[in-house]
Design a protein around this ligand. Structure first.
Ligand SMILES: [Zn+2]
Length: 237
């Protein structure tokens, strides 16, 4: 299956299943967007079945995403693809449950607590970031305790050179506001927010892959693609 994984976590946290799919070779059709009107739905469902088979996970948790800040916790789940109420984040401690968010420029945010083997996965565009989806996800993971030992990975997404946005976006994010449309490094903003929430800077990593300017095989909404990749994470069964 075509995917980009966090290579450091592969070594250090081998009990994780994690990565972000890519469109793949031979025509580039590995589309997992159930709600994006790209590929025929039967084809997309086949791709989800492939994702579950290749990762060896029994169940996948997914939802229509609404650029909000709700994060849902999942326990033992029915086998196969489960589409739950709309939300932008998922969390679980149960082995065999694969969390998945669709992205095509927005940031898949991977959260891991190595001590409890809990995981969460968030979909963060600028609206979700401004709405504190990251802080909500971190709070769900820590339940009031320190976030210093959590790992945060900001996965493949549009980079700070390719993502020009209007001044109103900087205002919404509480960032210094330029006078005219200016490129925004959203993963940089998320990294600073994670550290402000107590995550150790050494525990925050950022993917080098951009949906627009690196040759990584990723779908890009701004690039005109209707397909979607998924970020996925789970604890091996
Ligand atoms: Zn770029």
């Amino acid at each position: 299956m075509p995917a980009l994984v966090h290579e450091g976590w592969e070594v250090e946290l081998p009990w994780l299943v994690q990565g972000t799919t890519t469109r793949g070779a031979l025509g580039g059709g590995f589309d997992l967007g159930l709600f994006s009107e790209g590929s025929p739905v039967e084809r997309v469902r086949e791709h989800w079945e492939h994702l579950l088979a290749v990762t060896g996970m029994g169940a996948a948790m997914h939802a229509r995403q609404v650029h909000g800040a709700d994060v849902r916790r999942h326990h033992a789940s029915p086998p196969g693809l489960n589409v739950v109420e709309p939300c932008d984040g998922h969390a679980t401690s149960d082995p065999g449950v694969l969390l998945a968010v669709t992205v095509a420029d927005c940031v898949p945010v991977f959260l891991v607590d190595p001590s409890t083997r809990a995981v969460a996965l968030l979909h963060a565009g600028w609206r979700g970031t401004a709405g504190a989806v990251l802080e909500r996800g971190l709070a769900l993971m820590t339940n009031g305790a320190s976030a210093s030992d959590l790992r945060v990975h900001l996965g493949p997404a549009i980079c700070g050179d390719c993502y020009e946005v209007g001044p109103e976006v900087f205002v919404a994010l509480g960032e210094p506001t330029p006078a005219r449309p200016t490129p925004l490094d959203l993963r940089g903003v998320l990294a600073r927010r994670a550290m402000a929430a107590g995550v150790d800077s050494a525990c925050v990593t950022v993917s080098e892959h951009c949906t627009r300017c690196t040759d990584s095989g990723l779908f890009s909404h701004r690039g005109g693609d209707r397909g979607r990749q998924v970020g996925y994470i789970g604890v091996r069964a």
